[in-house]
Write a protein of this length. Sequence first.
Length: 165
Amino acid sequence: MTRKDIQSMMWPLLLLMALPVLGLGQTGPQPEKNATAHLQLVDYVRPLVGTQGEGNTFPGASAPFGMLQLSPDSEDSLWETASGYEYSDGSIMGFSLTHLSGTGIPDLGDFLFMPTVGTLQFVPGSKAHPDSGYCSPYSHEDETASAGYYRVTSGIQRHGGTYGG
């Protein structure tokens, strides 16, 4: 084959590759020109999936291959909360910076912190009475999680407000 033969075969291939870029040859419904919301792949991320039962995932913010994974911790001793967070728990013990998803066992020995205002508490309290320690009750209605973002606002007024990352 000569160079001229190769070039003559490349033109049809280049034209086929250019059709989608130029918007020609598309089939199916066309998007509205005045569409206000354009969904991106990140809009389909649901960080709370796997946080209940045996999923062992955490909902907090984490960059790919990041060294920090800021996320709430609701329990530190049960197998179901190996990632530190269990959706069905009604209180947050605090926040820590290192988590692993899906390990199946508690990991990393996180340093837990809970921002607070007022009298310092040095014991977590019980799940039945979180106000007896530094744990704080919260509601999922006031919890927001999306890709790279976590926030909770309810029940933690005694600890000083809104927390998130």
